[in-house]
Design a protein around this ligand. Structure first.
Ligand code: FES
Length: 103
């Protein structure tokens, strides 16, 4: 099962998830990474769930059109929208307190 490492506010949270897990869906039912993951719409519209992928990005599919629209150049800095990712492999993510400046 994929291991997710999630960093926020200087803390590190880690858990195993089922393959093809969406972290926003899990947080919505109060499972890891709840309550640490910031998100709102769950639909790729608000960018509140933007995370930097620290490792494991090679296992992710290419950004979809919602991520391209919301993140723009931030994609090149490793940002992805957690609500648009279905995790199938180990991944390490960080979510900053402030949204990236361009958002
Ligand atoms: S929760 Fe709104 S874009 Fe992901």
């Amino acid at each position: 099962m994929p291991v997710v490492v999630f960093r926020r506010n200087g803390q590190t949270y880690r858990d195993e998830v089922k393959a093809n897990t969406n972290l926003v869906v899990r947080a919505g039912i109060k499972q890891f990474p709840f309550p640490h993951l910031r998100y709102e719409c769950g639909m790729g519209k608000c960018a509140r769930c933007a995370c930097r992928v620290l490792s494991g990005s090679e296992h992710l599919p290419a950004p979809n059109w919602k991520e391209k629209k919301q993140l723009g150049n931030r994609l090149d800095e490793g940002f992805r929208l957690a609500c648009q990712l279905w995790i199938a492999q180990d991944i390490e993510l960080a979510q900053d307190d402030e949204l990236p400046a361009a958002l």
